[in-house]
Design a protein around this ligand. Sequence first.
Ligand code: NAD
Length: 500
Amino acid sequence: MSAQPDSAVGNATLAFLAEPHNAYIGGKFTATSTADYFTVEDPSNGRIIAQLPECDATIVDAAVTAARRALEGPWARIRPADREKMLLDLAAAVERDADLLAEVVSLESGKSVTVARNVEIAGCIDWLRYYAGWATKIEGSTLATSIPVPPGSRHFAMTVREPVGVVGAIVPWNFPLLIAVWKLAPALACGCTIIIKPAEETPLSLLRFARLVDEIGIPSGVVNIVTGRGGTTGSALVNHPGIDKLTFTGSTEVGKLVGHAAVDRMARFTLELGGKSPMIVFADADENSAPLMAGLGMFFNSGQVCTSASRLLIERSVFERTLGSIAAVTDALTLGSGREASAQVQPLLSGRHRERVTNFIDRAVRDGGVRVAGTRPVPDEGFYVAPTIFRGLAPEAELVREEVFGPVVVAIPFDDADEAIRLANDTRYGLAASVWTNDLSRALSVSTALKAGTVWINTHNTLDVNVPFGGYKQSGIGKEHGRAALDAYLENKTIIMRYT
Ligand code: NAD
């Protein structure tokens, strides 16, 4: 399939798009004999830019077999220092091809190419380097024992960390390469092998990344990529008995299916799921924060961020003034394609997703919501939705409770810290929250009372490779990033030896 020309991307990107795209299994980009294909669109104009095979259960089985063979073969004998070197080499290759990878991410997901380069690809490099360092630092412990039998005997006990085995990873479309690397880097550092299924909307950047895996000589079968829709390829991976551990990032609804399937056969699992994160603004917050609140907290990546601030709680005494400033900033955010350097908000992922988001807006209007930002027209071509803020919705309204995963926010007043905490925690989700205040003791007392995996103070939506991340309540199970992520890819074996 030939790519549609896009004058704003480089020739190397166009050449990559025009080539055939195949799954990466056992160290080969194999042309599969699948009956089905799916297409990838450029969200800025809806044009088809690639066609890929839908991997069925037989192809997924071949990937799991390749991963098992690698796990029990050469990969098991590779020294941790060599795994470290491979991850560092991979980081260097990503850095070399960063511009191309950023363009591919931007074309398939719609996001800003600048964000793709400076956040997504830069993040991939950071994560690969950070976990490269961990490969040589995995350790167990020795333990004191009081074992009474046989009488007079003495024992030595230790724990040994071992790779959990073959990992099945399923990732969403909003950060298609970065979220895959969040799983791949710790998995390889710990000595696991992995099969990754990208979202059907955004498989191209991960396939381009697989060429780098191949180029730097990571042994065949250690990394495998299977492409296809969730119900086919994803389901085959989740239900494959050869997978020892599942790691999933996506919606809470699909996360529950993954968790059930894992528990049925006692596979290990971690889930990074949805959110309805509150941003709590107290009267003493810095008055000049509106650009940061709207640009970074609410509408970064067009609101398609799991931790996006989608509930804006403002202390009543400053509600009108603060909401007015945030609404003015919101309506001034410029719309444009991912390749327009000046654009601050890009199109949504697809026509289907835009319809889902605009249906939320229509229902919020029907529920009595008043739009204080977001009524301006948007370009005809591309899947745009103007960043939108509502007020006047009841606590039980759909927009207050359900995740939109787009640029739509609901503003709610509160009277004091206790009410802010109660409103913030009144949700089935618990991914993140932010508190905006200059009062240090209030910042900490509210932070500790919030039922959320991450709480930011005077900022929102920032992550760090060394800092654990994961959800409370229905936002997930387990942690990614930092040392905490290693636990998800390691078993803990106990060895007890009687020595007298
Ligand atoms: P989704 O759950 O629809 O899809 C995520 C992935 O699961 C895709 O690869 C999809 O193909 C696959 N999938 C779908 N059905 C499946 C099935 N039955 N079996 C196996 N796999 C299946 O989510 P999405 O629309 O791609 O992403 C948006 C959601 O992801 C939002 O809820 C968002 O909050 C969440 N998310 C969470 C985080 C986090 O770190 N907590 C990060 C990004 C996105």
